[in-house]
Design a protein around this ligand. Structure first.
Ligand code: IVH
Length: 691
């Protein structure tokens, strides 16, 4: 390397480090202090400069760089993650009496009141998360699972911007090994935005922010997770080293929360220390009353004995500590009369029963309609027209009917009979075995036709200017559109368009122009626009990356599709089903004739790597992250070969769990052995998922 190049590299390195440190500081100001000092645009500019720099000097990229929060290659499954200290749950209390009982028990077990009082915290309604840090770096993120073993979701957790990947500061504890526990959750604003977008993508909306958080953490494609607005709040800190763990500076829970904040973790600023039941109830009542103002969902308060030494003396019962309780809030419910039940027909033919309610106020809005989910739910809850029902509103935009007040039931009421025909086209409804929904299977059903065309033309899909909900409905009613291929024949029906109401020359020209322009969209958008069940934008991209064209996808087997990381069997079977339908084949033929984009860009196979190229590998034992076949193809894709038996010619033996004689032979011959995490690291050198 020339002198000039090396000095510019070292300058770049300095600048990159400075940028990273600035970005981390702004993350901290934003997420921990809730006091940002620069605009989003300025922040994005810093990030972009760092990205550019790393693109120019890839050797500068570190796994902890803020640019690496975009997620990595999809995975097939989450490896198990064992919790060295089990993740427990909390006993619930619902009223002052039960809280008093708790305080009394604590007093009796200690022989006195807690010396440092109780801490009162918000009970976040999200998903519990365990984060492990070593040498100041995040090394693992895991869900609770059964309390003993959860899922290793590190790759997903690394995309959450409020979780520090690397710790900065002067605390002498920073480099120690420790575990932080807390809650991953979604703010209401982000949740609502996400659901609006999902509905646009033809994907079912999440019921509430908690489900949405749980679903997101279980997403196999971390690039998708990176787009979701997840947040984190820390509520527990435990050091591996017992000396540190028992040090005097860390002897109260509240001090540990302060330390967490100093480390750069977001910690709830609502936490208070109180002396007794009165203090606890004041805190709980305050937040029961004011929780709307938080911008995220809580389902109660958590009360903990503040002193750690006292916590230890008080101990545990079964699955929960005796030194802490949850105080659960009542849910936000209202009672009102169910005046009727109507059915909505989705673009996939799904029938959703909707409750028509006597208008009632609930947390500041008037509710007139609520979802009844499906026929099973109506039957299970025995909901009848004329009943007084309980309506609940969580973070979800659509309220739901959660129960019935049976005592108020009119004498003449009868169990609700789910209609047997589609309300729009009167075709008999069907319910596939094992499914909770009824469907209208008439592809010509006007509700579905309108829904499919609207989806096809929508923003995230073909984005056809001038073809919104109302125009689609008008054109369907006028008999000009029966399916999405008809859109591209509209240019031959100009006169008929002009004859329609509110359709002047200019509007028609714009519409036809919008339709022509839409042919230039990328193939992935077109594939998504076709409205295949379970194929949202990111699945569409994965499919095209793998197969290169819509025709190749149409020919692919369920197994071949299922083998793609980030895609499961349900999606695979839905894709195959779609392309098997005659009507869909006919549609595709017409769309092709009209010049729609069937070809994507097949993703380049990974380049031969220095590590794998020309080397011979032997696989033995079971890998947790992939099947042996998958490991074989990964090695071959990188220029290596896989052999069945170990010899002197073997370069590496990859040993999973319960590796047997091959491992022994490798040891005897002095062949190098890779354990699973070393192997994964070589496969994905830029992913820090492997610990
Ligand atoms: S402490 C042993 N603090 O509630 C105590 N939990 O049923 C462990 N949660 O699984 C939990 N906010 O997911 C604690 N401030 C908070 C919390 C909190 C929410 C959740 C957590 C846990 C569940 C307990």
């Amino acid at each position: 390397m020339s002198k000039h190049a090396s000095s510019s590299l070292s300058e770049a390195q300095k600048r990159a480090e400075s940028l990273r440190s600035q970005i981390r500081e702004h993350d901290r100001l934003y997420f921990v202090m809730a006091a940002p000092v620069i605009s989003d645009r300025e922040y994005d500019r810093l990030l972009q400069e760092l990205r550019d720099m790393e693109a120019q000097f890839p050797e500068l990229i570190t796994p902890e760089s803020p640019t690496q929060r975009v997620g990595g290659e999809p995975t097939k499954l989450f490896p198990p993650a064992v919790h060295h200290v089990p993740m427990l749950s909390l006993a619930n209390t619902y009223n002052t009496e039960e809280v008093k009982d708790f305080a009394r028990r604590v007093h009796d077990l200690l022989g006195h009141d807690p010396k440092n009082g109780f801490t009162c915290e918000l009970k976040f309604d999200g998903v519990a998360m365990s984060l492990l840090y070593q040498n100041g770096k995040l090394v693992r993120g895991a869900t609770r699972g059964d309390g003993t073993t959860g899922d290793d979701v590190t790759a997903n957790v690394r995309t959450i911007r409020s979780i520090p990947l690397i710790l900065e500061g002067s605390s002498r504890f920073l480099q120690a090994s420790f575990e932080v526990r807390g809650e991953v959750f979604m703010e209401l604003e982000g949740f609502r935005r996400l659901n609006a977008q999902r509905e646009g993508d033809g994907e079912p909306p999440f019921a509430n922010p908690r489900n949405s958080t749980a679903g997101t953490l279980k997403t196999l494609d971390s690039r998708e997770v990176a787009k979701r607005p997840l947040r984190f709040s820390a509520y527990q800190l435990r050091f591996d080293d017992t000396k540190i763990e028992h040090s005097a500076e860390l002897d109260t829970h509240s001090r540990r929360l302060d330390l967490l904040k100093e480390f750069g973790f977001p910690v709830s600023k609502e936490t208070r220390i109180v002396k007794n039941t009165d203090g606890i109830m004041d805190f709980a009542m305050h937040w029961q009353e004011h929780r709307e103002a938080l911008g995220f969902e809580i389902d109660g308060a958590v009360i903990k004995v503040n002193s750690l030494a006292e916590q230890e003396r008080i101990g545990f019962v079964a699955k929960s500590p005796r030194w802490a309780i949850a105080y659960k809030f009542e849910t936000k419910q209202a009672r009102t009369r169910l005046n009727g039940i109507t059915l909505q027909v989705g673009r996939m033919g799904t029938i959703t029963p909707v409750a028509e309610l006597e208008p009632v106020g609930l947390t500041g809005i008037t509710i007139r309609r609520a979802t009844l989910h499906n026929a099973d739910e109506i039957e299970r809850k025995d909901i009848r027209i004329g009943d007084m029902v309980l309506v609940e509103r969580g973070g979800e935009v659509i309220p739901k009917v959660v129960g019935v007040d049976g005592s108020q039931r009119p004498k003449a009421s009868k169990p609700y009979q789910f209609p047997t025909a589609c309300p729009e086209c009167h075709t008999a409804l069907v319910r596939p075995p094992g499914e909770v929904n009824w469907y209208c299977e008439n592809p010509e059903c006007p509700a579905q036709v309108t829904g499919r065309i609207t989806h096809f033309a929508s923003r995230g899909a073909m984005d056809i200017a001038g073809l919104g909900d109302q125009s689609v409905e008008q054109l369907v009613n006028a008999g000009l559109l029966h399916n999405v291929a008809d859109i591209y024949d509209l240019k031959n029906r100009r006169e008929e368009l002009l004859a329609l109401e509110r359709m002047g020359e200019k509007k028609v020209d714009n519409l036809l122009q919008g339709i022509e322009t839409s042919k230039e969209r990328p193939a992935a958008r077109f594939l998504f626009a076709l409205g295949i069940r379970h194929v949202g934008t990111s699945v569409a991209k994965l499919l095209l990356d793998e197969f290169g064209s819509i025709d190749r996808i149409a020919e692919a087997s369920e197994e071949a599709i299922d083998a793609i990381a980030g895609i499961g069997f349900e999606i695979a079977s839905s894709v195959v089903h779609f392309f098997e339908q005659r009507t869909n084949q006919a549609l595709l033929t017409r769309l092709r004739a009209n010049g729609l984009p069937f070809h994507g860009v097949k993703k380049a196979t990974p380049a031969l790597t220095e590590f794998f190229g020309g080397k011979t590998f032997v696989l033995t034992g079971t890998l947790s992250a992939m099947t042996r076949d998958a490991a074989k193809s990964e090695i071959e894709a990188r220029g290596g070969t896989v052999s069945g038996s170990v010899s002197k010619k073997t370069d590496y033996v990859v040993a999973g769990v319960e590796a047997g004689s091959k491992l022994q032979k490798a040891e005897e011959l002095g062949v190098r052995i890779l354990d699973e995490s070393e192997f994964l690291r070589e496969l994905n050198p830029n992913s820090s998922h492997n610990v």
